[in-house]
Design a protein around this ligand. Structure first.
Ligand code: ATP
Length: 492
C-alpha cells in the first residue's frame, strides 16, 4: 500500500471509531484536547476484553503471578530512585523561522557521505538513543537504512563515512534551530494546599514503579517463591512532546505491566520465555501474525543497566512501531529502591541460605496501542459486497450478536425481542429494528459484531431463525431455543 493509502486507512479507522462509538476526541465540544481520548460504548467493551484476556493469560492462568493495583500518585522519591526525575526527558528545539517547537529526533536529519558526497535525509527517526531511524528519502530507498546505522555509506560502501550534516524543521524545512533544551515528560502537580516545590508530586509515567516499591509487601503476603511475577493494569501519564497517530501516542494512556522476579542467573532464560509467550498472546487475540515482528534493541538503545530488550512491533498503517517492550532489567529497579529508601527489598533464598536481590524481566504493553492494533488489523473493505468490516475475533468483539426482526410486522418484533431478552443476561447483545435489513447488517459489520440473528416469516411457522456470520456472510437456520448455545460455541 502507498503512503497515501496507508494515511487514508488511518483516517478511515479514526472516522469509523467515532461513528460506531469506539473512540472520541477528549473535550470535543470545546475544540478538543489534543492527544487525549474518550472511549465510547463499544470502546469500553473492547478495552475490557483486551484487559480481561491479558489478566487471564498473565495472572489467573498461572500459579506464580499475582496482581495488584497501586496508587497513581506516589512519593516523589520514587521517581528520583527510578531515574525518571533526571533522565525521563526529550530534547526540544524551536525553529527560528516558523517558531515550530518539536523533538529533535522528529526533525528532518540531513546526512552526507564524506567519501562520495551522497546526500540523504531522514524524517521521524529518534535520534540519541531510543530507536533506529525509520523513514528515509531521496537517494536512499531502503525502509530501514541499516547501513547508515552502522555509519557505512549505502552507495559507495565506505565505512564510517556518513556524517550528520544538519537538522531541519519538519514543518518549514529551515535548518535554523535553537540549541536543544531537555524537557521532562512527567506531569507535575502539588500535594495538599501548598503549591511550593516542596509539595511537588508527579502523575506516574509508568505503572511499574508501583510494583517495585511494593515488592516486599506483595511477596510476603503472597508467600511467593522465585520465580514469581506481579502484574498491574493502570493509567499512566506522559507529557509527550510529539503526539500523532491517534491513540498510538497519547498523554494519558493505560499500561498492562508484568514484573517477573527471577534469580539473576536465570534472567536470560525467562526473558526468552516471556518474549515467546507475549507474542503468542497477540496471535491469540486475533492479530495476524504477518503483521507482528520482534525487534531487538541495539546496544546503543539499551538502558545502561539492561541486559537485553525486545520490542513486539506491529505493522500499523503508518509503519512498524512498538506495541510492547520486554526487557531483562537485571537487579537495577529493586537495587535503586534499596539504595534510596534504605529498605530491605531482598528475597531469602532457602537453597543458598542467603538474601539476594532478584533480577526482573519486564513485559510492558499498552492497552491503547493494543486497541489500535486490534482495530487496524480487523479493518477491511469488502468491495464485492459494498461494506466495511471489522473482523474482530468473537472473543474481542464488543457486541457478540445482534438480533433483528426481518420486518416490523406480523409478530416478528415481539419474537425477536424475546430472543434478545433471553440472550441479554448472558452476552453483550444488541436489538435493532430500524432501517432496512441490509443497513442493519452493515452497521453491525462495521461495529465488528460477529453474528446476526434474524427472525423472519419462517420463524413464526417453525421456530427457526437465521444466524449470519459476519466475515463469510454464511447463513444457517437453527431453532431459536438454541441461539444462545450456538453463539457461545462459536465464540469459543
Ligand atoms: P515509545 O518509544 O513509543 O515512546 P517507550 O519505549 O517510551 O515507547 P515504554 O516506556 O517501554 O514505551 O512503555 C511501555 C508501553 O507503554 C509501550 O510499548 C506502549 O504500548 C505504552 N506506551 C508508552 N507510552 C505511550 C503513550 N504515550 N501513549 C500510548 N501508549 C504508550
Amino acid at each position: 500500500m502507498s503512503r497515501n493509502q496507508n494515511r487514508s486507512k488511518m483516517d478511515k479507522i479514526v472516522s469509523l471509531a467515532k461513528r460506531r462509538g469506539y473512540i472520541f476526541q477528549s473535550s470535543e465540544i470545546y475544540g478538543g484536547l489534543s492527544s487525549c481520548y474518550d472511549y465510547g460504548p463499544l470502546g469500553v467493551e473492547l478495552r475490557k476484553n483486551i484487559k480481561e484476556t491479558w489478566w487471564n493469560d498473565i495472572v489467573t492462568s498461572r500459579e506464580n503471578v499475582v496482581g495488584m493495583d497501586s496508587s497513581i500518585l506516589m512519593h516523589p522519591k520514587v521517581w528520583e530512585a527510578s531515574g525518571h526525575v533526571e533522565n525521563f526527558t526529550d530534547p526540544l528545539v524551536d525553529c527560528k523561522q516558523c517558531k515550530n517547537r518539536f523533538r529533535l529526533d522528529k526533525g528532518v536529519h540531513k546526512f552526507k557521505c564524506t567519501n562520495c558526497n551522497m546526500k540523504f535525509h531522514i524524517k521521524e527517526g529518534q535520534i540519541g538513543g531510543r530507536k533506529k531511524y525509520r523513514e528515509c528519502f531521496d537517494d536512499l530507498t531502503a525502509s530501514e537504512p541499516e547501513s547508515y546505522v552502522n555509519s557505512t555509506c549505502p552507495r559507495c560502501g565506505k565505512e564510517e563515512s556518513i556524517i550528520l550534516d544538519k537538522v531541519a524543521c519538519p514543518k518549514c524545512g529551515a535548518a535554523d534551530l535553537t540549541d536543544p533544551k531537555q524537557f521532562n515528560l512527567m506531569f507535575k502537580t502539588h500535594y495538599g494546599a501548598s503549591e511550593d516545590s516542596a509539595h511537588r508530586i508527579y502523575l506516574r509515567p509508568e505503572t511499574a514503579q508501583g510494583i517495585f516499591v511494593n515488592f516486599a509487601n506483595v511477596s510476603n503476603a503472597a508467600r511467593a517463591k522465585l520465580p514469581f511475577g506481579i502484574a498491574q493494569i493502570g493509567k499512566a501519564f506522559r507529557n509527550e512532546v510529539t503526539t500523532r497517530n491517534f491513540i498510538f501516542r497519547s498523554r494519558e494512556f493505560e499500561q498492562m505491566e508484568l514484573e517477573f522476579f527471577v534469580r539473576p542467573d536465570a534472567s536470560e532464560k525467562w526473558h526468552k520465555e516471556w518474549i515467546e509467550s507475549r507474542l503468542e498472546w497477540y496471535k491469540k487475540i486475533g492479530i495476524n501474525e504477518k503483521n507482528l515482528q520482534l525487534r531487538e534493541h541495539g546496544s546503543d538503545e539499551l538502558a545502561h543497566y539492561a541486559k537485553a530488550c525486545v520490542d513486539v512491533e506491529y505493522k500499523f498503517p503508518f509503519g512498524w512501531a512498538e506495541l510492547e517492550g520486554i526487557a531483562d532489567r537485571q537487579t537495577y529497579d529493586l537495587q535503586q529502591h534499596i539504595d534510596h529508601s534504605g529498605n530491605k527489598l531482598t528475597y531469602y533464598d532457602q537453597e543458598q541460605e542467603e538474601h539476594i536481590v532478584p533480577a526482573v524481566v519486564e513485559s510492558s504493553a499498552g492497552v491503547d496501542r493494543t486497541m489500535l492494533t486490534v482495530l487496524a488489523d480487523a479493518y477491511w473493505e469488502d468491495e464485492a459486497n459494498d461494506r466495511v468490516v471489522l473482523s474482530l475475533s468473537p472473543q474481542m468483539a464488543p457486541i457478540k450478536a445482534a438480533v433483528f426482526p426481518l420486518v416490523n410486522r406480523e409478530k416478528m418484533p415481539e419474537v425477536a425481542r424475546d430472543i434478545f431478552e433471553d440472550l441479554k443476561g448472558h452476552l453483550p447483545v444488541e436489538y435493532d429494528d430500524s432501517g432496512s435489513i441490509g443497513r442493519r447488517y452493515r452497521r453491525q459489520d462495521e461495529a465488528g459484531t460477529p453474528f446476526c440473528i434474524t427472525v423472519d416469516s419462517q420463524t413464526l411457522e417453525d421456530g427457526t431463525v437465521t444466524i449470519r456470520e459476519r466475515d463469510s456472510l454464511e447463513q444457517v437456520r437453527i431453532n431459536k431455543e438454541h441461539a444462545l448455545q450456538e453463539i457461545r460455541d462459536r465464540i469459543n
